[in-house]
Design a protein around this ligand. Sequence first.
Ligand SMILES: [Zn+2]
Length: 66
Amino acid sequence: MNTRFALGAPISATMSKAMQQATCSCGFSVTSENRNEVVKVIQHHAHDEHGKEMTRDDVLAMMKQA
Ligand SMILES: [Zn+2]
């Protein structure tokens, strides 16, 4: 019996293998297969570099498959 399940496997691995990419208006670009990661990095970047708050929807709107 296989009792290992998916312990330790990243949740994102089961979601999508496509790479997601978002590019800021300043040229800063993030590429990850985990779109939550892209959202997080872009939000952090926008806040730190531009003093701008971006919602998850804002980031998803600028995201595309890479
Ligand atoms: Zn930027």
